[in-house]
Unconditional design. Structure first.
Lengths: 293, 435
């Protein structure tokens, strides 16, 4: 197998995990909530793509984005806002509950069998460049991630609202004392997280063409682990951790010898353990946590 | 995975006590919680609170206790602990609904031994921890036979509960011979087509197509697909074929890297996808999207056309399964049931294993007629003497060692225009087993 080929595969999967981890990390920054139900936002946005794809890509992608953003904001308004003063563990358990609930809702609405549509099937094809077989979707995923990272970076560092999000992430109590409107900042962060989930849903739906009630769960679990080893209390930490999880997973798949490759996950989690032993708070952890009140 | 993470958690807790700091503890707590939750999810992702449905006929008189003969003219209760929801429901539901049709048919002609059949159905939601308790409930309500979900790993707690009360237990469509004496179930049977026969047919079909080299893709998440690939390999090699590559994946995995390996190596004549949906469909899409247009052969796990919409124009895909589900099977009796199914439920069954539902009731009737008792051991002895008993799933034979039929003819279907067309009806020429 060509090294360049495996590098592109690994970069692509790393980019996808990074996007999921970024969505989780943003919310964690302002809420100290590792939102496990992020996967169900991905699932909801993916269902939207499947059911509206026949209306055309522009309409379908717009509806999917809308579903992602609205679902995320509704989670904040209906569940997490009421739990804001509770402990992070309580928030996490609440997000598990929400995750299970939404899976059941999807199952009741759409059944347990997958729903299918050939979403952007042109992107799923491959091109050969300099002897490398490149899936167009891999290149699109890498490019999309790069653009979204720049956009999020610009938002956080160059806009007033972004400054408020960063301030809230760093020290929520002080930020509130200085006039940052907590409800607006948190809702905005959930909205961005929902938008990122919709982008992930698009990439995943192009790749699989089929969506079931637990569609977003596996990706979210690994991205969440990635966010923790990267340092979930910093956006850059989540991002890097998520990327590393995806990259390592893909790279092990490509290069572990036959017979051993089946233990890929064991190797990935061995890395996770090693990282946590060396940097228990995560590779790029911030200076500390502050209670949200 | 949980064990590993918890071990790490404990060590970091020590480090925290030694002054490493609260942030470390917090990060790892989050990771440990996420991991524990994930483990829980594996069993719960498709679960749902179970509920007991009332007897199908709305009857009130139910035979109590276990064993013994039911009075002629009375009722005999059959407990059903299967999944109408959750990840096993696409496989359980067609068999269960077709079984209900067969119960109506049998009751119209006097039931079993003169007793009307009453089904006591509990939807387990494929929730692993529900099976034992659900089985206990229906057994306490007087079930004389227990029917369970079509996967040994999932349904064995229910089967063990039935074994403890000497109640015959049947999995309508388990494919692995482990459901039976091999898996510790002395009075447990499957009406499914055994993986040895199915996988041997897959290999013989590939060989007869002139395909000499194969790549296998094995979903390692369940025993059925693992054994399917292993038996295929053994039979294919015995026919002179070679395995050019063997790759594993787990349900839901992307196999982008495997696709890269296949497309950069020597092109095989056939790819064997030992998987089930939705993961098996995702693997297929990634292969075709990656430019791999090699013919693919699968077993019952990939039956159904509900997943084909994701891959428009899919061709050269062959599936070895129980029956054609859309009223296009070579067997008129199968088509009659498929059409009745559509008339009652509004659509054809999702997969061809629906024939195992009626077969289950037919087998129970044949066993009771022979044993004259509902005692599990007596019914099991009667079933062990089955020699090519004509059930809807095909001629069925059991032995004291093997409680699943492995040599029935199956159907080879081919994906054509988003539907499944019959290629041929085919029995294994030689049944290969593992170890």
């Amino acid at each position: 197998m060509h090294f360049g080929q495996s590098l592109i595969d690994a970069l692509s999967l790393g980019a996808l995990y990074a996007l999921v981890a970024l969505g989780i990390g943003l919310v964690f920054g302002v809420m100290r909530l590792a939102n496990f139900a992020h996967g169900e936002i991905i699932t909801g946005a993916a269902y939207a793509l499947i059911f509206t794809w026949h209306l055309g890509p522009v309409v379908s992608v717009f509806v999917s984005l809308l579903v992602g953003v609205v679902l995320a904001i509704l989670m904040e308004l209906l569940v997490f806002r009421r739990l804001r003063t509770t402990t992070p563990a309580t928030l996490l358990i609440a997000s598990f509950g929400l995750s299970f609930l939404l899976q059941r809702v999807y199952e009741a609405l759409f059944g347990t069998n997958v729903r299918t549509a050939p979403v952007a099937s042109g992107l799923a094809g491959t091109v050969t460049v300099l002897g490398l077989r490149l899936q167009i979707l891999s290149l699109v995923t890498i490019a999309l991630t790069a653009v979204l990272l720049l956009a999020v970076h610009y938002f956080l560092t160059r806009t007033n609202l972004g400054l408020q999000v960063r301030a809230a992430s760093t020290d929520f109590r002080t930020a509130r004392l200085l006039g940052v409107r907590a409800d607006r900042v948190i809702m905005l962060t959930f909205g961005i997280s929902g938008g990122l989930a919709a982008v992930v849903a698009f990439v995943m739906t192009v790749q699989t063409g089929a969506v079931g009630p637990t569609f977003g769960v596996p990706l979210t679990v690994l991205a969440l682990v990635g966010a923790v080893i990267g340092g979930i209390d910093r956006v850059i930490g989540s991002l890097v951790g998520g990327f590393l999880m995806g990259f390592a997973s893909s790279f092990f798949s490509s290069w572990l010898p036959e017979g051993i490759v089946r233990f890929r996950d064991a190797f990935v989690f061995l890395l996770v353990i090693l990282v946590l032993l060396v940097k228990p708070a995560g590779l790029l952890a911030g200076s500390g946590t502050v209670e949200r009140t | 995975m949980t064990t590993l993470i918890n071990a790490t958690y404990d060590r970091v807790e020590v480090a925290v006590e030694n002054g490493v700091g609260m942030r470390a503890s917090y990060a790892v707590r989050m990771l440990a919680l996420a991991t524990v939750a994930t483990t829980g999810l594996a069993g719960c992702v498709a679960s749902k609170s179970s509920e007991t449905t009332p007897p199908a006929s709305g009857s009130t008189g139910v035979a109590r206790g276990t064993g013994g003969a039911a009075a002629a003219g009375g009722e005999v209760r059959i407990g059903v602990v299967m999944a109408k929801t959750g990840f096993m429901s696409p496989y359980d539901t067609p068999a269960l609904q077709a079984l209900q049709l067969e119960v109506e048919k049998q009751n119209a002609t006097g039931g079993i031994g003169g007793s009307k059949i009453v089904l006591d159905v509990v939807d387990t939601g494929t929730k692993m921890d529900r099976y034992a308790s659900a089985a206990g409930e229906v057994l306490d309500r007087g079930a004389k036979v227990l029917l369970v979900t079509c996967d040994y790993d999932v349904s064995s707690p229910a089967a063990i509960a039935a074994e403890g009360k000497n109640v015959l237990n049947i999995a309508p469509c388990v494919g692995d011979p482990v459901y039976g004496p091999k898996g510790g179930l002395k009075i447990g049977f499957s009406m499914g087509d055994g993986t040895p026969g199915e996988s041997s047919i897959m290999a013989e079909f590939a060989h007869d197509k002139g395909w000499k080299s194969a790549v296998t893709l094995k979903d390692t998440s369940i025993k059925y697909t693992q054994n399917q690939c292993d038996i295929f390999t053994k039979r294919f090699q015995s026919l002179g074929g070679t395995i050019a590559g063997a790759y594993d994946y787990k349900q839901g995995d992307s196999i982008k890297e495997t696709v890269s390996k296949i497309s950069s190596g020597t092109k095989p004549d056939v790819i064997v996808n030992c998987g089930y949906n939705p993961g098996g469909g995702q693997v297929t899409k990634e292969l075709r999207d990656g430019g791999v247009d090699t013919p693919i052969v699968s077993g019952f796990g990939m039956d159904g056309d509900f997943w084909l919409g994701a891959i428009p124009g899919l061709k050269d895909y062959f599936i070895v399964t129980y029956a054609a589900k859309d009223g296009n099977d070579p067997d008129p009796a199968v088509n009659e049931t498929a059409n009745a199914y559509k008339a009652k439920y509004g659509k054809f069954p999702d997969v061809g294993s629906f024939v195992t539902g009626p077969s289950t009731i037919q087998a129970i009737k044949a066993a009771y007629d022979k044993a004259g008792s509902w005692d599990g051991d007596k019914l099991a002895a009667a079933m062990e003497s089955f020699k090519e008993v004509p059930l809807m799933a095909g001629p069925t034979s059991f032995t004291p060692q093997l409680h699943i039929s492995v040599d029935r003819p199956m159907r080879v279907l081919q994906v054509k225009d988003g539907k499944l067309a019959v290629v041929e009806k085919r029995a294994p020429q030689q049944v290969v087993t593992l170890g």
